[in-house]
Design a protein around this ligand. Structure first.
Ligand code: PGA
Length: 229
């Protein structure tokens, strides 16, 4: 049986590295059974090294973004190669906040996907419209497309507490699978909590969840993981 992905996107939280380590240990010490679950934590870039050193074998490290070039003059950017070196296994690409506030286009997202896949890491590609998929994966060989984890995140559901209905989410899940194949892993994201988590897996048939706000609450995040197990 394929594992369920539970991905915590910490966004720009917490505010200090001390708090980040504290958050990690509160999660780490609570996690027991992860046999059926792939737990991924995506902290801000600056905490990746520290979290990487302190995390347990039950947790995988992911980044919230990357740049597509590998070296030379790109002030402020972080490459997929650097992320791999830090021990990341996953990279979130094309989150709606990056598309909106940093004007990331499908062309840029496409380059990022190629760079992440080129390093042998797994991208978690966020979309809110099925039409974005073809543009984002343009020119990527089918074998590599299989490595991309999709995350359907309706913009209006992100951080609002208004989660998408299971029925509507399932409709999107099936439309995505029509493009990428029925076994392609698709996650749901947008106001996920321990109250609705299981419904997205059982009713809406997703292969996992991308969790923002609730991933900062250790009890809540671990409860979601336990529900999957
Ligand atoms: P949320 O964020 O769970 O706080 O809605 C999800 C996301 O942005 O990935």
């Amino acid at each position: 049986m394929n594992k369920i992905f539970i991905v915590g996107n910490w966004k720009m939280n917490p505010q200090t590295s001390r708090e980040a380590i504290h958050l990690l240990s509160s999660i780490k010490t609570r996690i027991e059974n992860t046999k059926k679950v792939e737990v991924v934590i995506c902290p801000p870039f600056v905490y990746l090294a520290g979290i990487g050193k302190k995390k347990s074998a039950k947790i995988r490290l992911g980044s919230q973004d990357c740049f597509w070039e590998e070296k030379v003059a790109f002030t402020g950017e972080v490459s997929s190669l650097m992320l791999k070196d830090l021990g990341c296994s996953y990279v979130i690409v094309g989150h709606s906040e990056r598309r909106k506030y940093f004007h990331e286009s499908d062309t840029m997202i496409n380059k990022k996907l190629k760079s992440v896949l080129g390093q042998g890491l797994r991208p978690i590609l966020c979309i809110d419209k099925v039409s974005q998929i073809k543009k984002d994966i343009k020119g990527i060989p089918e074998k590599k497309v299989k490595k991309i984890i999709l995350a359907y995140e309706p913009i209006w559901a992100i951080g609002t507490g208004k989660a998408c209905s299971f029925k509507q989410a399932k409709k999107f899940n099936l439309s995505i699978k029509r493009v990428l194949g029925k076994n392609h892993p698709v996650l749901y994201g947008g106001s996920v909590s321990s109250q609705n988590a299981l419904g997205y897996i059982k009713e809406a048939q997703f292969q996992g969840l991308l969790i923002g706000g609730a991933s900062l609450k250790p009890k809540e995040f671990v409860k979601v993981i336990e529900l999957m197990a």
